[in-house]
Design a protein around this ligand. Structure first.
Ligand SMILES: [Zn+2]
Length: 294
């Protein structure tokens, strides 16, 4: 796919019924012709109504980028097709862009993947678990020492809520208390749900807000009691940790929510083919303009 093909593909996704002016909403703009070698931007359209010019990248994460669109779309494809994600180093090598550009592209794509929840609240059986994740090694520690205990102070807590056979929502907090954990669960889970957790004390008190709350006691080697288990959310954490520790190495706390958005985006669209997942991510780039200072 070259740059022109990528542009045509993006126009088809964004404007299935033909181009629409992003400034005034009028349809049937005309295309400005561009001489080969001209310095004019590619793919410029002009509105017949408000007379403003625009391209398909207006208001997207691609706007103002010097990176060709076909490389952008390839990066989105790679990020959507790989279960654990793709590092900026891999993108840099595969796309032939600088490491800095690759890092920035991945960052923008994750920003596009930050979505409002697909549904109001999780229902049915909802598993909730919490884990330490990310963080950077302290000075003097090498990258290979992944001893979680040593880094605890610099790691963030991630709470994940998974509806069995449904969606995940993961949320980072610096620390987890009974108060903020209860708040996260109440904000994301419908009162009609049956909530399953481990025996972490901060989950006590959930029972009065939900139809049911059951806990498995890992400290007593209890992992499953009938349909009471937390293996769905634990599998989600396994993928997230392999991704963040293996591919992304160490994620700073200030970026963690973006990485969580990326993993949630893929998980919540896990039942569709890679190509469709990528198209959904490309559509999500609309209204997501991001500047360097963001
Ligand atoms: Zn217009």
């Amino acid at each position: 796919m070259d740059d022109a093909e990528a542009r045509a593909y993006l126009e088809g996704l964004r404007w299935p019924d033909g181009p629409v002016c992003p400034h005034c909403g009028a349809d049937k703009p005309y295309r400005l012709s561009r001489k080969p070698g001209s310095k004019m931007r590619r793919g410029v359209l002009k509105c017949r109504s408000c007379r403003k010019q625009f391209t398909v990248t207006v208001g997207t994460i691609f706007e103002d980028s010097h990176i060709p669109l076909n490389k952008w779309l390839m990066a989105i494809h790679l990020l959507c097709a790989s279960k654990k994600g793709i590092s900026a180093h891999q993108l840099h090598r595969m796309l032939g862009v600088t490491y800095k550009s690759a890092w920035f592209m991945a960052h923008r794509i994750r920003y596009a993947m930050e979505q409002p929840p697909l549904r109001d609240k999780l229902r049915g059986v909802v598993e909730v678990d919490e884990t330490y994740i990310g963080g950077k090694p302290r000075k003097g520690q090498t990258k290979d020492r992944r001893d979680a205990g040593r880094w605890k102070g610099e790691k963030a807590m991630v709470v994940a809520l998974v509806e069995r056979d449904g969606d995940v929502r993961s949320i980072s907090r610096r620390t987890v208390t009974e108060k903020n954990l209860g708040q996260v669960v109440r904000e994301n889970v419908d009162p009609s749900a049956r909530v399953m957790t481990d025996s972490f004390p901060a989950y006590r008190g959930l029972r009065r807000h939900f139809a049911d709350h059951q806990a498995v006691d890992h400290s007593r080697q209890e992992y499953r009691r009938g349909d009471v288990y937390t293996q769905t959310v634990e599998s989600y954490f396994a993928i997230l940790k392999r991704g963040i520790n293996g591919v992304y190495h160490h994620v700073g706390e200030q970026h963690l929510h973006r990485y969580l958005a990326e993993f949630d985006f893929r998980y919540n669209r896990r039942k569709v083919e890679d190509g469709i997942r990528a198209a959904l991510a490309i559509k999500a780039t609309e209204g997501k303009r991001l500047r360097y200072r963001d």
